[in-house]
Design a protein around this ligand. Structure first.
Ligand code: AMP
Ligand code: GLY
Length: 416
């Protein structure tokens, strides 16, 4: 079957790498794809939000399945648009994508459907926010912009002044535009974090191997939040916690979307915190995590295309998922200035000498005169699997040592 993958980042590079191994695959296309993905997929320069263009392309190339990588086109309704044209899509409806695109929607969905999450209130205006914050006695408190904010819309505030500053940035100064028209004020939780993703076909779910991202820029979880500086998969989660997550998070999620008639055929990503009272959901994403996907694809033994196609077709019920038993670690190589204002256009050296068994997924690079140049904050995700965490780390960091570009920064403690 011919498959069209939407997206251009490291996550999509990893999905393309795994889809390419499928015996079910005819031709693989990507919109817009990237220079690095061109080895795996035929890339077409159509906008990710050009719905007509994408649907015409599907008709033209006899596409049997569209796999949507990023959230933005889903939040704009790409899956609904293609489904209405009879095209099979892996990726939830616009309403389903609101679970990522609106913190308020996600929190209220969890509340209505009894999923464990931090206590919260929604503030609808800057005036209301000031009153609520001034009345708040418990610190730290978490302030979240309602809408999409590229992972920067969450502030942990230590006192009233910080909380007012955060609310002012979001609601008064509108640093994320419309995304800050409402804010969620949330109880501060503590504990380790992990990401649990599951395929959901509208009726049932299939849990994927759990992963752990490293969201802060610097070693020891210091520095600002980023999109993710490296990941580990599978993350060690106790059997009891996994059972709890299946029952109290994933099953309740599926029950909730059914009850609320939310069309959802794709991947749900639950960002979890393992608090002293048990696992709680911090956030939902409606797509694979990045860089979690780059660490997950190498440990999935099952045919990914078979799984995604069954999911998109509402036929997940009979499927199971097999893993390799290895542990995978990846290290994100980021540009100087990331996450605030990353430099671009630096030559990437050492890509031809990457050791066997290590895969380099490209998140933000372009090709010019046969060379790769940096073209974004997160540039590469260097990925290695091993018999255990130590071996995977050793292989990944050995490969990292052979790669460089001006201003390259990365964490040395991924997996630890
Ligand atoms: P989110 O985008 O909601 O996942 O938030 C980004 C990061 O902020 C999370 O990975 C957590 O480290 C932190 N965070 C979010 N919500 C809370 C909370 N209620 N308590 C403590 N930390 C939080
Ligand atoms: N790595 C976190 C995310 O994809 O949202």
């Amino acid at each position: 079957m011919n498959v069209l993958l939407i997206g251009s980042g490291g996550r999509e590079h990893a999905l393309a790498w795994k889809l390419k191994q499928s015996p079910l695959l005819g031709k693989l296309y990507a919109i817009p794809g990237s220079a690095a993905m061109a080895d795996l997929a035929e890339c077409q320069a159509i906008g990710q939000e050009d719905f007509e263009g994408i649907s015409d392309f599907c008709a033209d190339k006899a596409i049997a399945l569209v796999v949507v990588g990023p959230e933005a086109p889903l939040a704009k309704g790409l899956a609904d648009f293609l489904a209405a044209k009879g095209i099979k899509v892996f990726g939830p409806s616009q309403k389903g994508a609101m679970l990522e695109a609106s913190k308020q929607f996600a929190k209220e969905f969890m509340d209505r459907n009894y999923l464990p999450t931090a206590g919260f209130s929604v503030l609808y205006s800057w005036e209301a926010a000031q009153d609520k914050i001034k009345a708040n006695r418990k610190y730290p408190v978490v302030i979240k912009a309602d809408g999409l904010a590229a992972g920067k819309g969450v502030r942990i505030c230590m006192d009233e002044a910080e909380a007012l500053a955060a609310a002012s940035d979001f609601m008064e100064k509108r640093i994320f535009g419309f995304s800050g028209s409402k804010v969620v004020l949330e109880e501060f939780l503590t504990g380790r974090e992990a990401s649990v993703m599951a395929l959901v076909d509208g009726e049932t779910f299939l849990m994927l191997p759990p992963a752990r991202d490293h969201k802060r820029l610097l070693d020891g979880d210091a520095g600002p939040n980023t999109g993710g500086m490296g990941a580990l998969c599978p993350a060690e989660i106790s059997k009891a916690d996994l059972e709890f997550i299946k029952k109290e998070v994933l099953q309740r999620f599926v029950d909730g979307i059914k009850k609320e008639r939310i069309s959802f055929r794709g991947v749900i990503y639950a960002g979890l915190m393992f608090t002293p009272e048990g696992p709680k959901v911090l956030e939902f994403n409606v797509r694979f995590g990045d860089p979690e996907a780059q660490a997950m694809m190498p440990v999935i033994k099952s045919d990914l295309l078979g799984l995604l196609d069954a999911c998109a077709g509402g036929k997940l019920g009979s499927k199971t998922i097999e893993v390799t038993g290895q542990t995978c670690v990846n290290v994100v190589l980021a540009s100087k200035g990331y996450p605030e204002s990353p430099e671009k256009g630096k030559e990437i050296k050492g890509l031809d000498a990457v050791p066997a068994g290590v895969t380099v997924f490209h998140s933000g690079s372009v090709q010019q005169d046969g060379k790769y140049l940096t073209h974004g904050g997160r540039v590469l995700t260097v990925t290695a699997a091993g018999k255990d965490l130590a071996e995977a780390r050793e292989k990944a960091y050995a490969a990292v040592n052979g790669i460089n570009f001006d201003g390259m920064q990365y964490r040395k403690d991924i997996g630890l």
